[in-house]
Design a protein around this ligand. Structure first.
Ligand code: AMP
Length: 171
């Protein structure tokens, strides 16, 4: 199945110059959504994944369904300020300014095998921040799974050394 057909490109959203990849058509189509999940499942079924970490917000959509398929726990990686109690925080650079990702403290056993999931890999800043955050919590990062990757932004270079699975690539 050609998944690219189910990803819409919206020019100049949410700001000028950004070509936004809208995954809504893929989510709405049960065959396309199931196909994408089955592809991820195939790639990681033999990797003894213990937790799927999904990045807020669209990463959650794939992470939770995949956690069910791979019989894993689910770790929500949240934007700053959303989680109650003690949290671990990691900062990353945006085009303008900085942002933070957080997870709950003391939720992961040492050496837990974690797969990180998001919808789109762009510059890789978010993904590497998530890896650093989980790594700091003692996780072993198995790799990354993205629905789509914008190759021209060279995010994969930032993830060099990690296994990265991407279902749709944009040159
Ligand atoms: P980056 O840190 O630059 O790799 O950005 C990745 C994060 O921002 C992911 O959580 C994506 O959901 C979102 N994102 C960045 N660029 C796009 C884009 N062109 N279309 C859709 N989502 C994007």
């Amino acid at each position: 199945m050609e998944l690219a057909k189910y990803i819409a490109t919206i020019p100049n959203f949410p700001q000028n110059g950004v070509s936004f990849k809208d995954i809504t058509p893929l989510l709405i189509n049960r065959d396309a959504f199931r196909f994408a999940l089955a592809e991820f499942e195939k790639q990681f079924i033999d990797d003894d994944v213990q937790y799927i970490a999904g990045i807020e917000a669209r990463g959650f959509l794939f992470a939770s369904a995949l956690a069910d398929r791979l019989n894993c726990g689910l770790i929500p990686i949240r934007k700053a300020g959303k989680l109650p109690g003690d949290v671990l925080t990691e900062e990353y650079e945006l085009e303008y300014g900085k942002a933070k990702l957080e997870i709950r403290k003391d939720t992961l056993p040492a050496g837990a095998r974690v797969l990180i999931v998001d919808d789109v890999l762009a510059t890789g800043g978010t993904a590497i921040c998530a890896a650093n955050l989980l790594g700091g919590a003692g996780a072993e990062i198995i790799g990354f799974a993205f629905l789509a990757s914008l190759l021209f932004l060279e995010g994969e270079r930032k993830l060099h050394g990690y296994r990265t699975v991407t279902l749709v690539k944009y040159e």
